[in-house]
Ligand binder design. Structure first.
Ligand code: NDP
Ligand code: 8X3
Length: 250
């Protein structure tokens, strides 16, 4: 039986990196996507070039996404699992003072980037009547919170797209799932606060946040269910978190 192939976007950091490692440990071949090529190369060094193929592109650049997927060697074209994970928050400001570049980044990466990658990967899945797309949404796609406005909107869009993709693809033999995590300690807050590491660290102080590996465990479970089972949607929170803003901090 040939090894299954998983394309993980945002494999250079956090949840995506943990997912790439966990799936590689399960025997999947991994197409590791991201912009920081040196980070992708670390995965190749860890698992070897037969198991990890680095694919560097910016998800915002439609032509680059097309070219990257088209460039896959024949043995890597039959993608079984697509994990749409690349994304970030940029800033945390009231809507009236929001930064336009931040808004563009969040909508271009989190929403349009996910669409661009999915559009390029789906034709082979549909042709093979087999595949699994897992979108990484967020609790921010279930509840809006103060100053989260455009990030929340981008994740609400992923929630809508996940449901819509499932409807369109149910006739094509392709599963669509969505994972909505609460607070996971990754580079997420460093990116949101533009490199302010102290402010980023404060987000996770006083409680035990999820680790990227917790989301990777869930991903492994979801992609190893029998063919007739689809875990369609999961909200996964730290035990100390009850909602987007209610966290039991000590
Ligand atoms: P990280 O910042 O650690 O990782 C983000 C990943 O996205 C990086 O690998 C980065 O790679 C990639 N990425 C960002 N922009 C682009 C781009 N333009 N083109 C290609 N890749 C890009 O954050 P997380 O691991 O936490 O975030 C992963 C996903 O999880 C995101 O969608 C986030 O919204 C979601 N999420 C995170 C939560 C959290 O609390 N951490 C909670 C809920 C959801 P590179 O910079 O190399 O391109
Ligand atoms: C990341 C979690 O609550 O910071 O999506 O928006 S939150």
């Amino acid at each position: 039986m040939p090894k299954k192939i998983a394309l993980v976007t945002g494999a250079s950091s956090g949840i995506g990196r943990a997912a790439a490692v966990a799936l590689a440990q399960q025997g999947f071949k991994i197409i590791a996507a991201g912009r920081r090529t040196e980070r992708l190369q670390e995965l190749v060094d860890q698992f070897g070039p037969d198991q990890v193929l680095p694919l560097a592109f910016d998800v915002r650049d439609h032509a680059a996404v097309q070219a990257a997927i088209a460039s896959l060697p024949a043995a890597w074209k039959t993608i079984d699992v697509l994990i749409n994970n690349a994304g970030n928050a940029h800033g945390l400001s009231p809507i009236q003072t929001g930064d336009i570049a931040d808004w563009d980044a969040m909508l271009d990466i989190n929403v349009k980037g996910l669409l661009y990658v999915t559009r390029e990967v789906l034709p082979v899945m549909v042709e093979r009547k087999s595949g699994h797309v897992i979108n990484i949404g967020s609790i921010a796609g279930k509840e809006a919170y103060a100053n989260g406005n455009v990030y929340c909107a981008s994740k609400f869009a992923i929630d809508a797209l996940s449901k819509a993709m499932r409807i369109d693809l149910v006739h094509e033999g392709v599963k669509v799932s969505e994972i909505n995590p609460g607070a996971v300690e990754t580079e997420f807050s460093e990116v949101r606060f533009k490199g302010d590491t102290e402010r980023a660290a404060n987000v996770y102080k006083g409680f035990e946040p999820l680790r990227a590996e917790d989301i990777a465990d869930l991903l492994v479970f979801m992609v190893t269910r029998p063919k007739h089972v689809n875990i369609a949607e999961v909200l996964i929170l730290p035990a100390a978190q009850a909602s987007a803003t209610i966290i039991n901090k000590q």
